[in-house]
Design a protein around this ligand. Structure first.
Ligand SMILES: Cc1cc2nc3c(=O)[nH]c(=O)nc-3n(C[C@H](O)[C@H](O)[C@H](O)COP(=O)(O)O)c2cc1C
Length: 177
C-alpha cells in the first residue's frame, strides 16, 4: 500500500525553485503509487506562535483560530513529510518557521515520520547547510523520525532550477520513498 505523503511549500514565490523541486518529488511519489497532498503556506493564514503554551495542557488545541489547525491534521496523518524552503539569510523562510513553531500544538501526536528536505539557494550547496539544519531541528523533535533524503537546488531566479541535476534528484527521491 502507498504511503501518505505531505509536501510543504514555503516559498512566497509562486512557481519558485523550491516549489518546482517539490513538484518533481510529488511526480515521482505518485508514479510509485503513493497518495500525496501539498500545502502551500503562502495561501494559508497562519499567525506566529505566541508561546502561551495552552496547547501543552489542554490536549493540543491552539488558542489561535486560523489555518494551522488543518495543517496540523495533515502533518499528523502523513507517513512522509517533505519540507521545502528557499534559503533566506542562511535560514528557512519565515513562512516555514511560523508553521514549525505552531506545530507545538500537534507535537504530542507527531511520531515516526519519514522526512525529506528540499532547499534552494543562489550560492550553492554550502549556503544551504544551516537551512537544512533548521529543518533537521524540527525532525529531531518528532520521536522516532528519520531524515531519508535532502535535495540541494542551486538557483536564483524563478525557473532557473529547471534542467539542473536537482530536478532528477527530487524526482528519484519521490519515486523511491
Ligand atoms: C530575502 C532573501 C534572502 C536570501 N538569502 C540568501 C542567502 O542567504 N543565500 C543564498 O544563497 N541565497 C539567498 N537568497 C536567494 C534565494 O535563496 C534563491 O533565489 C532561491 O532560489 C529562492 O527559492 P524559491 O524560488 O523557491 O523562492 C535570498 C533571497 C531572498 C529573497
Amino acid at each position: 500500500m502507498g504511503k501518505r505523503i505531505l509536501a510543504v511549500v514555503s516559498s512566497p514565490r509562486k512557481g519558485g525553485n523550491s516549489e518546482t523541486l517539490v513538484r518533481q518529488f510529488i511526480k515521482g511519489a505518485e508514479e510509485s503509487g503513493n497518495v500525496t497532498d501539498t500545502v502551500i503556506l503562502r495561501e494559508k493564514k497562519i499567525a506566529p506562535c505566541i508561546a502561551c503554551e495552552a496547547c501543552l495542557s489542554n490536549g493540543g488545541t491552539c488558542v489561535q483560530k486560523d489555518d494551522m489547525a488543518e495543517v496540523i491534521e495533515k502533518m499528523v496523518a502523513a507517513d512522509v513529510i517533505v519540507l521545502s524552503t528557499p534559503v533566506y539569510y542562511y535560514s528557512i523562510s519565515a513562512q516555514l518557521k511560523v508553521m514549525i513553531d505552531r506545530m507545538l500544538a500537534g507535537g504530542s501526536r507527531m511520531k515516526g515520520k519519514e522526512f525529506y528536505f528540499i532547499a534552494t539557494a543562489a550560492d550553492g550547496k554550502g549556503a544551504m547547510e544551516t537551512t537544512m539544519k533548521d529543518m533537521e531541528g524540527f525532525a529531531a523533535c518528532v520521536p522516532g523520525s528519520v531524515v531519508k533524503g535532502k535535495v540541494y537546488g542551486s538557483a536564483f531566479c524563478v525557473g532557473e532550477i529547471k534542467g539542473k541535476a536537482a530536478m532528477d534528484e527530487a524526482y528519484q527521491l519521490g519515486k523511491g520513498c
